[in-house]
Design a binder for this molecule. Structure first.
Ligand code: NAG
Ligand code: NAG
Ligand code: NAG
Ligand code: NAG
Ligand code: NAG
Ligand code: NAG
Ligand code: NAG
Ligand code: NAG
Ligand code: NAG
Ligand code: NAG
Length: 787
């Protein structure tokens, strides 16, 4: 079953942002929540926390070996001898290395503010990811003394807080923070955020369209977390007062209807996020609330959040079942997590029995549904955007149960492949942007990738922790302070394969890259999963691909969705109104369309993938060997009517410096090859090549085959004149300056081959290869080696 309504991006609230200024995702002039526009590349670095160039002498350091590709503005860090110490010595060396390297700077010119890795060789610091076993208090959390032999969801730890951040962790922080530049930076940003939120008036009630208060709910939650953090770390009672003001406001007369639907249980995400916010407030400030304040907070949670939640779970009422057995997505995680946090906070004080009953329902329900939001290959079954919402809530629920009761009841293990979802997030992240297919979901209030820190620790994947701690969003959320295991050491890229196939047929996709640490690296990602089974958040996009190089995205997504558009979530059947909208149609993807038609929702693509299995080593300076390559081939015949056979192949060639996209197709209908780009495109006079320009960088595209009759043309990212009409009164979102590069061919049999040559600095035209023409059925790892 598919949701027939979901949260909407567009907000009716034009004019000043109700959330205060400085929110990067909120456009105050339109009132719409949109990602930032394409940035201008280069020379625009934001240095956060620490200077970029750090050469600190630690005992072991013998000298730096700076990489040849080092940019002027991102060189740096010390180099040293191989770490050989063990135990306490290893621990203190790990602290020294961390202090010496500091927090990496962030590129302000990438959409996700990706970290800028230093171009350097540092064999002491950049070692195999690991957690250093030690009992060094400057490096490790103390052991939790609450260890019930037989954990029960209703048997909670004796002390407060219970949720995620128990007292022993707060007590350890003052010693850990000065010894870890990440904790130090995050502590500062959390205080800074709390200070900014404090200066703003309480979050106003803003109903989005007619159904949602998700933004206000998430805004309140992130504020409560920040205030709670500042309170526990400072003991300054101004945070208590400000928190209480926020709690009072969101249940006051006029903040929503004046009955028990105040927290909008018909769109239960809102209710669940507010329940979680109040749960954190109840729990983290427990010792300081007066009895009447406690009573008031508890009553608010029960009346507006937990009673409606229990009714939904027990009596299956409500308009759409987030608790139902096929809702393996973010809704199930967010709703069960919020109710669980509420129940854990109130256990023992709530005499109604609702808290106990809720735990009996939410835990099995999340194990059956939320935990299977991750497919067997690690992909989030909705989209890479919804991964944030799903994993944020899953980690909150698991971590809350664990801290409060000593177990997370198989929430982490019931899906044996759940741990792979960290790889999913790493591989969808290209140096230019995320491979963000399908719906991206609403504004990421109080949602980060910090579940990476939690999963990395729980599943013993130190590389997830090392990856996430340098990401921009690690700093904007107190969860990082408690999920992070400071005993982590090494470099995530050391030994990390450049390529990965995600092979579940529902979520099949692959990523290939030339480096993990060069922001200019070549990155190609391509997908061919089924077109249904994604909670109606996907597009008709089998074969869709993205290409990053030279620090920018050349082939990309149109991205935005209008969740309020008529019929947008009606279904994922072939005749769904969803498939009338350009950004969801096949023509809105980097894919082929036949006879101008959408792909068939019944598509069952099969995929083949091969890789040289190249891994990056210790150094951030990495040049792939000339025979290093990978390719992905999908049989997409089943995605099309009027097609006898169709395979799409994508590969890296010439030591991962060029890309070949090849479509071997036998079609009874007209064939239109389409690719979306932010570049300014200039097509050559004979139409067989095109020059793409973004900022200072350029890339050329060349049609290698067929050798005659195929030409590039360009056009706007707009619906075709032959498309069926949109529902009455509806319009497509404006995709702005995005250009579509097209190749139009009549019915026939083709091997359509398009070569992509990023114009790398220092690479002359004779360094580019023109690969041989090889049918996809004969592709091998060596079939395109230059002769
Ligand atoms: C955390 O940050 C605040 C604000 O910057 C600072 O006053 C405090 O000393 C920091 N705490 C520790 C333990 O460093
Ligand atoms: C805050 O109070 C707690 C509990 O009394 C104490 O352990 C902690 O040291 C205090 N922190 C500060 C910064 O005063
Ligand atoms: C709650 O109040 C709103 C606004 O007055 C009203 O539309 C809604 O029907 C009421 N709901 C219930 C369950 O009484
Ligand atoms: C479920 O529905 C029954 C019958 O209407 C009602 O008595 C009961 O209170 C409901 N349970 C909950 C938890 O809402
Ligand atoms: C606990 O939940 C199960 C369903 O998961 C239900 O069958 C059972 O009646 C519930 N027990 C209580 C005491 O609520
Ligand atoms: C894909 O992953 C899901 C788990 O989310 C699993 O149920 C399904 O069997 C997997 N499919 C294949 C083909 O492995
Ligand atoms: C255009 O740039 C934006 C911002 O970097 C990016 O999100 C989007 O995917 C790009 N679109 C295309 C078609 O490349
Ligand atoms: C790469 O690894 C895969 C999976 O382990 C293996 O099947 C394949 O043979 C390897 N390829 C090469 C070229 O080593
Ligand atoms: C095949 O092409 C014809 C002509 O455009 C179209 O009407 C028909 O729907 C197509 N069939 C499928 C299954 O796409
Ligand atoms: C709303 C707000 O102030 N958020 C800030 C929290 O901290 C991060 C890291 O400094 C900032 O980037 C956010 O803008």
């Amino acid at each position: 079953m598919a949701p027939n309504y979901d949260y909407s991006n567009p907000s009716p609230n034009t004019g000043a942002s109700p959330y205060g200024s400085g929110d990067p995702y909120y456009n105050e002039s339109t009132g719409f929540i949109t990602p930032p526009k394409p940035p201008q590349r280069k020379n625009n670095w934001l240095k956060i926390g620490v200077p970029v160039l750090i050469v600190v002498v630690v005992a072991a350091v013998v000298g730096g070996v700076l990489g040849s590709r080092s940019h002027d503005n991102k060189s740096a860090a010390a180099s040293g001898t191989q770490a050989s110490a063990t135990g306490a010595a290893a621990a203190s060396q790990a602290v020294s290395i961390k202090q010496a390297l500091g927090v990496l700077p962030t590129a302000t010119d990438s959409l996700y503010l990706l970290p800028v890795y230093p171009s350097t060789t540092n064999t002491a610091a950049f070692t195999t990811p690991t957690f250093v076993a030690n009992d060094n208090v400057a490096l490790s959390w103390p052991t939790d003394t609450f260890k019930p032999a037989n954990p029960q969801p209703t048997n909670v730890r004796p002390d407060r807080p219970r949720l995620i951040a128990p007292a022993y962790k707060w007590q350890a922080l003052p010693e850990l923070i000065p010894n870890d530049p990440y904790l130090k930076f995050w502590n500062d940003t959390n205080f800074n955020n709390a200070t900014q939120f404090k200066a703003q008036p309480p979050v106003p009630y803003v109903m989005d369209g007619s159904n949602g208060i998700l933004d206000p709910a998430r805004d309140i939650k992130r504020r409560i977390k920040a205030f709670g953090y500042a309170w526990r770390m400072s003991n300054n009672t101004m945070w208590v007062d400000r928190t209480y003001q926020e709690l009072q406001n969101a249940v006051s007369a006029g903040w929503g209807p004046d009955n028990d639907t105040k927290w909008n249980p018909s769109h239960f995400l809102d209710t669940a996020e507010l329940t979680a916010a109040y749960a954190i407030a109840y729990d983290w400030f427990y010792d300081v609330w007066q009895p009447d304040q406690k009573q008031f907070i508890m009553q608010s949670m029960l009346t507006y959040g937990m009673n409606p939640g229990l009714t939904a779970l027990v009596n299956n009422t409500d308009w759409w079942g987030w608790w139902a057995d096929d809702i393996t997505g973010n809704w199930n995680c967010v709703c069960n997590s919020g109710l669980t946090m509420g129940a854990l906070a109130l256990l023992g004080d709530d005499t109604s029995g609702v808290s106990e009953q809720l735990l009996n329902w939410t835990i099995p329900n999340a194990k059956a549904n939320c935990a299977f939001g991750v497919s067997s290959d690690g992909s989030w079954v909705e989209t890479p955007g919804y991964w944030y919402f799903g994993t944020t809530a899953h980690a909150e629920m698991s971590a809350s149960l664990e801290s409060a009761t000593g177990s997370s009841y198989d929430l982490l293990t019931v899906n044996p492949n759940f741990d792979l979802t960290g790889l999913f997030h790493m591989y969808v992240t290209g140096p230019g942007s995320l491979f963000c297919w399908g719906d991206q979901g609403p504004n990421r209030f109080s949602t980060t990738a910090n579940a990476m820190l939690y999963y990395g620790d729980k599943f013993n994947h130190p590389e997830y922790v090392l990856w996430q701690r340098d990401q921009f969003d690690a700093s904007s959320d107190p969860w990082s302070m408690f999920y992070y295991n400071p005993a982590v050491t090494g470099a995530f890229w050391d030994g990390m394969p450049l390529d990965h196939l995600f092979d579940n047929s529902t979520t099949a996709w692959a990523a290939m890259r030339s480096s993990w640490t060069d922001e200019d690296a070549l990155y190609v990602a391509v997908k061919a999963g089924t077109l249904t089974g994604h909670q109606t958040h996907n597009d008709l996009d089998a074969g869709d691909f993205v290409i990053d190089a030279l620090g920018t995205r050349w082939a990309g997504e149109t991205g935005e969705s209008n969740y309020l558009a008529e019929g947008y979530f009606s279904s994922d059947a072939q005749d769904s109104e969803r498939w009338l909208y350009y950004n969801q149609r096949t023509e809105g993807q980097n894919a082929i369309i036949v006879n101008g038609q959408n792909q068939l929702v019944t598509a069952a693509p099969t995929v083949e993938f091969q890789s040289s299995n190249t891994t990056q080593g210790s150094s951030t300076v990495f040049d792939a060997p000339s025979d290093s390559t990978a390719f992905f081939i999908a049989d997409l015949t089943s995605a099309y009517g009027n097609v006898t056979s169709y395979q799409r192949g994508i590969r890296m060639i010439n030591g991962r410096k060029q890309v070949l996209v090849q479509d071997d197709i036998d079609s009874q209908g007209t064939v239109m090859w389409r690719m979306h780009t932010n570049a300014t495109v200039t097509v050559s006079s004979d139409g067989t090549s095109a020059s793409l320009q973004i900022g200072q960088e350029s890339l050329t595209m060349q049609i290698l085959s067929p050798t005659s009759g195929a030409q590039f043309t360009t056009g706007p990212a707009k619906r075709l004149s032959t498309d069926p009409p949109l529902p009455a009164g509806q319009t497509d979102l404006d995709d702005g300056p995005i250009v579509v590069v097209m190749i139009n061919l009549p019915a026939g049999q083709y091997s359509l081959q398009v070569l992509f040559n990023p114009q790398w600095s220092g690479m002359s035209s004779s360094d580019f290869v023109t690969p041989p023409s090889v049918p996809l059925s004969s592709w091998t790892l060596t079939s395109h080696n230059s002769s």
